[in-house]
Design a protein around this ligand. Sequence first.
Ligand SMILES: [Cu+2]
Length: 140
Amino acid sequence: MTVRASMHFAATPRTSFGVHGCKSQCALRALSVAVLFAALASTPCLAESPNSAAANPAATVSMDHSTFIPSEITVAPGTTVTWVNNGTMPHTVVNQSFRSKFLVKDAKFSFTFTTPGDYDYLCSIHPNMKGKIIVKPGAS
Ligand SMILES: [Cu+2]
């Protein structure tokens, strides 16, 4: 009689569906948070996007008094152009092919031009501040 009673007790299902359900729900929530963080980490932002810079040749464009100096230069393919802000106001250098970050006083931005063509660019803060790089084979 005593043995049969204890066997019956042991066979009673002890699993609570309530506890089990919460566990899997919590695991699911943790997973979706992880997925969200991964998505945020891979979101592209307005970061600086220079291309790989070659050793030479090189050219420099100054930014001063809201003007690119010289406003137009002709360079050979493979030339790295470096813009330097010599003024006190922040400027940017923006084109379809390249985009600098905010350049404060003395900040620099470089881009290497490999493909011949005309590259009109401007400062996104001062849209009237424009410049042009002409990339032409044979130019020095
Ligand atoms: Cu500007």
